[in-house]
Write a protein that binds this ligand. Sequence first.
Ligand code: CA
Length: 229
Amino acid sequence: MSNEKILIVEDEKKIADIVKSYLEREGFQVTLAGTGEAALQQIRSHFELVILDLMLPDIDGEDVCKAIRETSDVPIIMLTAKSSEDERVRGLGIGADDYVIKPFSPRELVARVKAHLRRTRKDEKKVLSFNQGLLTINTTCAEVTSAGKVVPLTTTEFRILLFLAERPQMVFSRLRIVNAVQGYDFEGYDRVIDAHIKNIRHKIEENPQKPAFLKTVYGAGYKFIGVPD
Ligand code: CA
């Protein structure tokens, strides 16, 4: 179960309690705020996601949203009773990530919460890691480590490795690989790809003759066989 923290900003106690119990059942840690003021107090601590009612007794939900956005990129799902398109668009324009129209099904809200959290987790995952950290690929700074040591790859080698590593167990032909990393093919590209693969293996494989990452699929091409951590 997750320990992700969710803040619910909702003055209607009944709705807040129902949503809270649904989320807690999924393993989330839920904090309730019944007013905009309370929400702005709470937001100083860390939350993975905020569910924010548009109609609050003190501060307008939109203003709460704007205030949160001044300091935080936390995903915000707006609860709104207003269903006109304008309101929805406005809700998203002020920095909310999603909206749910009241009355809503708690189940659907929970599904949306999970979808947003999945997306956030994915964005954070800028370092791909395989075989218990034996191979890591940092997609932000294009740095690759093998057994803890940085290995210098050329740009093309890096692109080939990343293309395959992002799609483990999928077999790609040499043509497909050259198209993915160069955007075009050229005469003799298959030998060029083979040469690149050979170079990458020498840099990342413990035993290039028995690769743990870049496997040759005879008659077909290559596939990445590392196990994602
Ligand atoms: Ca309300």
